[in-house]
Every structure is written in structure tokens, then in C-alpha cells.
Design a binder for this molecule. Sequence first.
Ligand code: DGL
Length: 256
Amino acid sequence: MEKKHRPIGFLDSGVGGISVLREAIKLLPNENYIYYGDSKNAPYGTKSVEEVKKLTISVVDILLAKGAKAVVVACNTATSAAITELRKSYTDVPIIGIEPALKPAVELNREGNIIIMATPMTLAESKFNNLMKKYGARSQIVPLPCPGLVELIENGELEGDEINNYLADKLSQFLSDKIAAIVLGCTHYPFIRTEISKIADGVPIIEGSLGTIKQLNRQLLSAGLINDSTEKGTIEIINSLEDYKIIDLSNKLLRL
Ligand code: DGL
């Protein structure tokens, strides 16, 4: 098969990267996709950097063995832990990562705190610290680690008491001050966006999916790898849990 007709591989620690995949399908509908969710090993964000690096590399190997022409690391945590190493090891494949979308939040120029919700690892790693250095002087940035939230979403809890109590507990401390924006620095969180906006009413909520897919598009263009088919592409969803429930949840999230 000609290289440009091969699929684009997506990976995440679980179902979160589906929020990035759905943007890709909108922008690049003629591409074929393989999505690998590593729900068996989720969450990544509370593991050690070495562990996440190893897990991420083995998932990339699976996607490449399935013929992926490019790989999107649709997980902020895996990007923080492994993107440098991945780019060093796989020099002939475009590898696109995701990071908390601080720039668009700062550029809103709104008064108040910019709250970055993400996993503990994403917020502790140097990639995020570099972003803080870049934008921290211009804005009041508040990193908000959210351990436990990925697990709720992996269980399909997208609304209801558990999610609401979790979010109220995390966010209520900020509600007496002005909030300029909330950045979703984990690809699982866009699925609970409505619940977040119920608590932080009227606050802009920003995610990095579209920026990541625009970057994917640029890289495919410059490598001559855009699929020139006029047919709608295919989507294959794989999960390390090998449980129909997680595949059902993935398909449900893809349609949200
Ligand atoms: N979707 C992953 C991210 O963007 C979640 C990581 C985890 O499993 O903790 O960070």
C-alpha cells in the first residue's frame, strides 16, 4: 500500500485521546485512523516517568507494526514523559504530541487566574514548566493537579454526583476570585466540559485538540503524506483491556 494511504495512529492511556481523534476526523475525514487506548494501564498520570515512557514506546511500536504513517500522542502525560525520546528513536515517522493550551488562554487577555487542570505528572514535568516560564510573567497561572479524575471518566462517569462533587471540591477554592480561563490539560477532560462549566459558569474552557490536529495536518503536508482518497476514511479502535465495554465507551465518546 502506498505510504500516504496508510492509517494515522493515535494513542492515549485510555479513552481520553478520542477527544483529539474526533477533531482529526472533522478536519481530515479522508484519512484512515487506528486508535490505541491503554486502559489496562490507566491512569498514566500517577505513575513514574520511566514507567510511562516504557508504556508509551510499546504502544507506538504496536501502531507502527500496524502500518501507521504518523503517530499522534493524544495524551498530555505521555507527551510530557516520552515525546523527546520518541522523536529521537523514530526519525522517519512524524510524531505529534499535545500540551496544555496555555497560549490561547493567555491571548484571551481576560482578568483573573488561568487554571490548568491536568494530571500530576503533566504539571510536574519540564515541558509544562517551560510553558509556565514562557507565559507565567504575563498571566496568573494556577496549576491544578486532578488525580482520580481520569479513573472516573474511564468508568464512563461523565455526569452525576461523583463527577460534580469531585469538580466542586477542586474548583470551589477559586470561585471567589476572577477566573480568566480554565485549560483542559488532559485529553480525558473535554468529555466533562459541560460539568466543569456548570461550576465555573461563564468561564472560557480551552483545550488543545484542534491545535494538535492542525499541527498533524502541517506535518503530513510537508512529508507528502496526506491521503488523497475522496472516500471517507476508516476508524479502528483497539484497547489493551480487550473488553467490549471499553470499546463501547470509546465509540460513544467518538460520537459526543
Ligand atoms: N489522557 C491523558 C492525558 O492527557 C490521561 C493520563 C492518565 O492516564 O493519567 O494526560
